[in-house]
Design a protein around this ligand. Structure first.
Ligand code: FES
Ligand code: FES
Length: 225
């Protein structure tokens, strides 16, 4: 089974989580220049400064505070986006790429509603800058279906009625796909552990677990009734 600490990219390994400060507050406290510095360091090769941007003494471009252009590879497609320096990956996906499957619920890395795969690793997209995803393969819930055919996980979520309001569902589907990519036949303990970063306020866990079990060719072990 995947190391749950990698799922911690999901939940714990961020300054925001450690200090219990919201992402938005974190951004505000750092100021846009810090976000721009991050971009300059991590994505300069694929970004270019907006009109009026200057450079550091060593020639490193200072990107922001105005919009910047960057390219994200989303579901196999290169998408050129114009975003503010402080734009999170979640905001880039939802507001700029038009992919609204990933949900903004807590906006602080606590619920898993915004889960996506980044180079095959599960991450919460509300807790990273879009610029830090430049060069990575991003897979959203929209990218799990192929040629109009749902991913088997999605089919089993439907079969097992593994949702009520549906807000948590995209994140749980992505997290389940991540689990099954790494652990094709997970036992119940492994399923619970892998999905522990995804919160369902409607309490549909029993059906979710059964959907994952049946996707992996195992019989549901809990009677929903
Ligand atoms: S973890 Fe990102 S919206 Fe909750
Ligand atoms: S189905 Fe409503 S939060 Fe999970």
């Amino acid at each position: 089974m995947p190391d749950h600490d990698s799922h911690a990219e999901h939940t714990a390994e961020t300054p925001m989580m450690k200090t219990a400060v919201s992402r938005r507050g974190f951004m505000q406290s750092l100021g846009v220049s810090a976000a721009a510095a991050s971009i300059a360091g991590s994505a300069a090769a694929m970004t270019r400064p907006s009109k009026g941007a200057s450079t550091l003494d060593d020639g490193t471009p200072i990107i922001g505070p105005g919009p910047v252009e960057l390219t994200l590879k989303i579901n196999g497609e290169a998408r050129r986006l114009r975003v503010d320096a402080s734009t999170t990956l979640l905001e880039a996906l939802r507001l700029h790429a038009g992919l609204t499957g990933s949900k903004e619920i807590c906006d602080r890395g606590s619920c898993g509603g915004c889960s996506v795969l980044l180079n095959g690793t599960l991450v919460v997209s509300c807790m990273m800058l879009a610029a830090d995803a430049v060069g990575a393969e991003i897979t959203t819930v929209e990218g799990l279906s192929r040629a109009g055919k749902l991913d088997p996980v999605q089919e089993m979520f439907i079969k097992h009625d593994a949702l009520q309001c549906g807000y948590c569902t995209p994140g749980l589907v992505v997290a389940s796909r991540w689990l099954l990519n790494n652990t094709p036949r997970p036992n119940m303990e492994q399923i619970k552990h892998a999905l522990s970063g995804n919160i369902c306020r409607c309490g549909t866990y029993t059906n979710i677990f059964n959907a994952v079990l049946e996707t992996s060719g195992q019989s549901p072990v809990i009677d929903p009734a």
